[in-house]
Design a protein. Structure first.
Length: 201
């Protein structure tokens, strides 16, 4: 069976990947609130419903940091403290429809921007998360990626997805950028297109 939602087709070989729709990014009271991050949730919920109806997989990622990590500004990184293990800020937003497995990333102190890989802070080596094994086990070839933030974790997840050979669509209406530097959002779009992703509204 197939079903359509905002401009996208789902089937059994497709997974909707919902990136980091957590309170710290998606709630105005969050520590790293992404402007309008809450406004994409209803669109994502429609996509989740369409995906489930079509027999597509739905998977979620969750940024999941220890209290001390070189990811945080206070410890030498660039970000305010966010998505600390078991905190309110790390929880998926209460309005988000959650109907599928959740992949946590960053738990060992690495940046964990991509849902697919984590970098060992000691050795600098990339290691796969469970996401790829999970998709492979289900025979998934196509991904639709949405969530937060467009120019950080969505981008890195999409670039890894392309490296791994997934046909990858990004729905910009269901993402928002953090724009740490002006223009990061456009540079992210360019990089994802360059990598062969299908990027549209
Ligand atoms: C993210 C900044 C820091 C994200 C995660 O989910 O896009 N951004 N950690
Ligand atoms: Zn983070």
């Amino acid at each position: 069976m197939t079903a359509t939602a905002p401009d996208v087709r789902f089937d059994e070989h497709t997974a909707l990947v919902v990136v980091d729709v957590q309170n710290d990014f998606a709630d105005p009271g969050g520590n790293l609130y992404v402007d309008e991050g809450d406004q994409i949730i209803s669109t994502i919920n429609r996509l989740v419903a369409a995906a489930r109806e079509a027999g597509a997989a739905v998977v979620y990622t969750q940024d999941w940091h220890p209290e001390t990590t070189p990811h945080f500004e206070k410890d030498g990184g660039i970000w305010p403290v966010h998505c600390v293990t078991d905190s309110w800020g790390a929880q998926l937003h209460r309005d988000l429809e959650v109907d599928g497995p959740i992949i946590r990333k960053g738990a060992r102190g690495e940046d964990g921007y991509s849902g697919f890989t984590t970098r060992d802070v000691g050795t600098g080596e990339d290691q796969p998360t469970e996401l790829q094994a999970l998709l492979q086990a289900r025979g998934i070839s196509d991904l639709v990626v949405v969530g937060l933030a467009q120019d950080v974790c969505v981008k890195e997840t999409v670039l890894d997805a392309r490296r791994l050979g997934y046909a990858t669509t990004v729905l910009l209406d269901a993402t928002r950028p953090v724009n740490l530097e002006a223009g990061d959002d456009q540079r992210a779009v360019d990089a994802m297109i360059q990598a062969g992703a299908d990027v549209h509204s």
